[in-house]
Design a protein around this ligand. Sequence first.
Ligand SMILES: [Zn+2]
Length: 285
Amino acid sequence: MIIDFHAHPEFKNQNELYSPQEFVLGMDIGGIDISCVYGNDQADAGGAPPWRDERLMAVPTNFSDEECAAFCAHFPKRLIGFTSINPDRYQPERKVERAIKEFGMKAVKLYPHSGFYPNDPRLIRTYDLCSRIGVPVVIHTGMKAVSWQSMKYNLPIYVDEVAASFPDLNIVMCHGGYPWIEEFMAVVYTNPNIWVDLTFMDRIEETFIIPGLVENTVRRLVQLIGAKRLLWGSEGPYLELPLYGKQNPSYYQVSQHKLVKRFDFLSEEDKADILGRNAVRLLNL
Ligand SMILES: [Zn+2]
């Protein structure tokens, strides 16, 4: 089973998203069984404008739990919703509780570059809740997605304190933490409750022209923590970001090849784990 652990809805034109039908058609083209569809709450603080500016960002900066749940409800066996929280406007643990109970969402996504640190005290109750009920928290680390965000919040080191304070909480760190890869490695290696989402490292390798970035990172991760906590994702069938370019459903295969399938240091078992089975375990599917 192939699970895209990291997917976003996308604007098709000015104000219209690709429909759930178009999204799933893209998954069919790429041979994807299940996609994790990320909510997106980047609020209106910390440099994130409240409006959607197509010139700056095609991925919706605010994709509410209601919108995400309605999107996923069209294909409940294929689309899994993740809620997204931001501590600036409300009590995040309440939003998480509702997302899980009312909408059946399976994880919580944080976008620190919208203006908060992962170890922000306002998130402690959320971490406590997620730890108690076994819901993972997925944290963007490393590069920012668009220019108006602040990259300082994405430093991997801020996740270390959270992981150490909540040893029973499963945390996923995304994107390999570039350009703070050594910091990322140290945080991942020393915290057994941290999982790694490999999504977008292929795009980072191309954008910043770093030959061997993906191979080196994946090889080291497998040697340091094994393959059981690694997750493959694609960013979804229609990603479009001014800083990093566009993709279409044919990219699913390219991304699986670049991030996982081409490596002979991974066994067939490892590949099946990274491409889907680890996500099944993490999300209790
Ligand atoms: Zn993403």
